[in-house]
Design a protein around this ligand. Structure first.
Ligand SMILES: [Zn+2]
Length: 541
């Protein structure tokens, strides 16, 4: 997964693998797949490596053996054309009210996804556009009356609700999609700006400048686009808070910039300063693959429920203290992929065949920015307005069963009510996202379904461990984040407790089975930012 995982590893708590009445999947159904996917022979499952070939062939072979049909005509594979762009920016020159030469990596990061050997921005006027948000459902438009052609917009991260003390302003502290950096870039491009710079602040971003620096410098993978990304801004980047403060002070704004931009009457402010920068690119084109199989529904085969789990991880990299350099990603995300296969088998072997079709989709390049699922969203194998819902599995817990079920970004859609019904039956509690301001809902593959209007759900087991309690569970999760998340030590071990993965898989199985037997479609909640997209899509527009 892209975010810090909430789960931990390493325990010697053995459990018997037994079938329960909570669902048809047992620990042993997951174990074989998990150990195979996290094996060293798959070399960390990185896109474009031998590890990819082995992984996708393994997945296709398993789908075939289970008896599922290929989802892409006669193929289990969907090509995902990618471009790797390695951009090197010059220093950024500021002229006007604020004059300075900004250093890349320290004062700003900048790149371009325009597939060109170089781009240049010359004397582009800087404009402070608040949060850079156009959200008709909240009556909010930071670009109102603003012509940004040729200009570079400076915008804040997160959304106006964050730390406003007002729970009805956007979603209060819970980040909406309008708060994500990806949105800021997209909106600036829609407005026709030449460049966009996000002001980095650790609190609303939920990560320090160092993360911005490592994530946005060097090479990045993108989906290939027909227009070569020429509709995107020439420059996309971030500036340090210190730089932004100087720029704003130059335009007479000395009060807290978030408070300033949060005002209902906010209007964009010209910063009386221009920016000049160029970026030189190295481009490399390659193709990775999603893997997909389908179990046709018995009575409504043209309506689909899609399970997703990303197969990719980080490959071979820096060795750790023990000399291990293979990033096997047992938890992240061999666990979800193994659960996907176990689920496929359970649906295939169920006495009662599902009435709607069930799709099992293992996507690529999640770790590179949710690219496989983004490609699926724009090139769906089945019509989106016939897709009932998406159930995603990313980094399932190796800590055993829990008494609580956290739903990522709770409050989005009706699929959460299905979780609640099952939880009630089993005496479990459903919990909100523990860090709603971090925008977890926008950080795994289900988000790319939400983005095209398909109700999507991401859930896990929580820290309140059934056997050892909450304190122990929380500590285990913290240990995983600190020591094993995105490290070579995210390994499979034979004594790993799989009952938590099985618990998640069974709950998601039961949701899918219920959806498959219904004729209705789950909806987005009233205040969800994805509701309007779905309504349009269902109306065939
Ligand atoms: Zn990850």
């Amino acid at each position: 997964m892209l975010t810090a995982a909430v789960w931990f590893s390493c325990n010697n708590n053995k459990k018997t693998d037994s079938q329960t009445d909570t669902g048809p999947i047992a620990d042993n159904d997951i174990r074989g797949y998990l150990s195979a996917l996290a094996d060293d022979s798959l070399t960390g499952r990185k896109p474009f490596t031998e590890g990819e070939t082995k992984t996708i062939n393994y997945l296709a072979a398993q789908f075939k053996q289970i008896g599922l049909e290929p989802a892409n005509n006669s193929s289990y594979f969907q090509d995902v054309p990618l471009v790797e762009i390695t951009g090197t920016p010059t220093a950024m020159q500021l002229n006007g009210k604020t004059s300075a030469t900004l250093k890349p990596g320290t004062d700003f990061v900048a790149s371009t996804r325009q597939e060109l050997s170089s781009v240049e921005i010359k004397n582009s006027p800087l404009v402070f556009a608040g949060y850079g948000v156009v959200a008709p459902e909240y009556g909010w438009n930071d670009y109102k009356g603003l012509d940004v052609k040729g200009k570079t917009v400076v915008v804040l991260v997160n959304d106006p609700g964050f730390k406003s003390g007002n729970r009805t302003l956007f979603h209060g502290d819970t980040m909406t999609y309008y708060g994500r950096w990806t949105y800021k870039y997209e909106e600036a491009a829609r407005q026709g700006a030449a460049g966009v710079l996000i002001v980095h602040q650790s609190e609303p971003a939920s990560y320090p400048w160092s993360v911005v620096n490592t994530s946005f410098s060097g090479s990045k993978l993108y989906l290939q686009q027909d227009d070569k990304h020429l509709s995107r801004c020439k420059m996309e980047g971030w500036v340090s808070e210190e730089t932004a403060k100087k720029l704003l002070a130059g335009a007479g704004i000395t009060e807290d910039m978030r408070a300033y931009a949060r005002k209902k009457e906010f209007k964009a402010v010209p910063l009386k300063t221009t920016t000049t920068i160029s970026i030189v690119n190295k481009l490399k084109y390659s193709t990775s693959h999603n893997v997909a199989a389908v179990l046709k529904g018995s009575t409504r085969p043209d309506e689909y429920i899609i399970y997703t789990a990303h197969w990719d991880h980080l490959g071979i990299g820096q060795p750790d203290a023990k000399g291990d350099s293979i990033y096997n990603g047992a938890v992240d995300n061999a666990s979800g992929t193994a659960a996907l296969l176990a689920m496929a088998k359970a649906f295939k072997n169920a006495k009662e065949k599902p009435q709607r079709s069930i799709v099992f989709l293992s996507v690529t390049a999640e770790e590179q920015g949710l690219l496989g699922s983004e490609y699926y969203g724009s090139h769906p194998l089945f019509p989106l307005n016939k897709t009932v819902g998406n159930l995603n599995m990313d980094a399932l817990s190796p800590d055993g069963e829990s008494k609580d079920i956290p739903i990522t970004g709770r409050g989005q859609n009706d699929l959460e009510d299905y979780v609640e019904a099952i939880a009630k039956e089993q005496g479990l509690t459903v919990e909100a996202d523990p860090n709603p301001w971090a925008g977890g809902y926008y950080r795994s593959d289900h988000f790319n379904f939400a983005k095209v209007g398909v109700p999507a759900l991401d859930m896990h087991t929580g820290p309140d461990n059934k056997e050892h309690g909450r304190e122990w569970g929380t500590k285990q999760a913290d240990t995983f984040n600190a020591e094993h998340y995105h490290q070579p030590s995210d390994n499979y071990t034979r004594d790993m407790d799989l009952s938590g993965m099985t618990q998640t898989a069974n709950i998601l199985y039961r949701i899918g089975a219920k959806l498959a037997g219904e004729t209705t479609f789950p909806q987005w909640k009233k205040n969800s930012e994805f509701r309007a997209i779905r309504e349009k899509s269902m109306a065939g527009k």
